[in-house]
Design a protein around this ligand. Structure first.
Ligand SMILES: C[S@@+](CC[C@H](N)C(=O)[O-])C[C@H]1O[C@@H](n2cnc3c(N)ncnc32)[C@H](O)[C@@H]1O
Length: 296
């Protein structure tokens, strides 16, 4: 089996998340994906068990295969991470890792319309049983709501023009594929913007994906739940890929790490970022930010 995702900041995570050596330890990999980080930890620490969460059952199958050799120490769970921590017991885990967002697998193999470079049915659901897909957002939302989604979750300055173009185009029939959507967006934006450093559809696609999976709403409850579920002295690492995610992580850590009775110690005053070598090796890692805390 081939694994297409490059796991980011492996060295920095390994150096900072160290399980207790003399006893069994448990880590929750909240965004297991194809299992790159999980595999690294299981092969480094023979006393470590990993609970690997992912709401996407297809990618989880890849992780299960990859972890065959460690099957007795790997427990996959097909669940949203916020739901997992809503039910978790206090003081249960030694280490927690979040590597937010989606995997290269989603762009390259999932066939669910995550990429504007491919021609696939617009779906973008991680949970295939979820009631709302990208088709519903693109074809069903009113213009203003669509513009708000693209603005808030994509920080797209041409959100209103893009939403208007989508709604105009809907008058002639349903928009069903990622290629159609990308071409509507491309034509909607000013010509100068078409040749910027990112494709003009990048931000809108990100926004629609975040809306479909309610990605941002899940972060804060999950982080709070995870801190509760950490053992005292346990550590949590969070990797984010855009400012919308990182802002949530940063403010929550600040709120819980400062004041009279802080529950956490912030180990990264400034977030760690990938080394030059990693950024050269994997340009997609360039926007990664890693924040780490320890529970008091
Ligand atoms: C960036 S990838 C993780 C890559 C992984 N760390 C590796 O090294 O292979 C994020 C994964 O988390 C999953 N995911 C995203 N948000 C989630 C959530 N709220 N609950 C559960 N899984 C989620 C996605 O399906 C995706 O597979």
């Amino acid at each position: 089996m081939e694994y297409v995702h490059y796991s980011v900041m492996r060295q920095e995570i390994l150096e900072n998340l160290i399980p207790p050596q003399d006893t069994e330890a448990t880590m929750v990999d909240c965004t297991c994906g194809e299992g790159g980080h999980t595999h690294l930890f299981l092969s480094t620490y023979p006393n470590l068990r990993v609970i690997g969460l992912d709401r996407d059952s297809s990618i989880q199958q890849k992780a299960i295969q990859r972890m065959e050799r460690f099957a007795d120490r790997f427990t996959p769970k097909n669940i949203w991470f916020d739901d997992f921590f809503a039910d978790a017991q206090e003081n249960s885990f030694d280490l927690v890792l979040f590597d937010l967002g989606i995997s290269s697998y989603h762009y390259e193999e999932s066939e669910r319309g995550f990429s504007f470079r491919k021609d696939e049915v617009l779906d973008m659901r991680l949970d295939k049983t979820a009631p709302i897909s990208a088709l519903d957002v693109v074809n069903g939302y009113q213009e203003e709501r669509l513009a708000d989604v693209i603005y808030q979750f994509g920080e797209e300055r041409y959100s209103r023009r893009i939403a208007r173009a989508i709604v105009e185009r809907r008058k002639t029939g349903k928009i069903t594929t990622s290629e159609e959507l990308a071409s509507i967006i491309y034509k909607a934006v000013p010509s100068g913007y078409r040749y910027g450093h990112i494709h003009p559809a990048t931000r809108s696609f990100q926004a629609i994906r975040i809306e479909v999976n309610r990605e941002l709403d899940r972060i804060e409850p999950a982080l709070k739940g995870a801190i509760k579920a950490l053992k005292s002295g346990g550590r949590m690492a969070v990797i984010s890929f855009h400012s919308l995610e990182d802002r949530k992580v940063k403010w929550l850590f600040k709120a819980l790490g400062e004041g009279e009775n802080p529950t956490i110690r912030i180990l990264t005053k400034k977030p760690l970022i990938p080394s030059d070598t990693e950024r050269e090796e994997n340009p997609a890692s360039r926007s990664a930010k890693l924040r780490i805390i320890e529970k008091r």
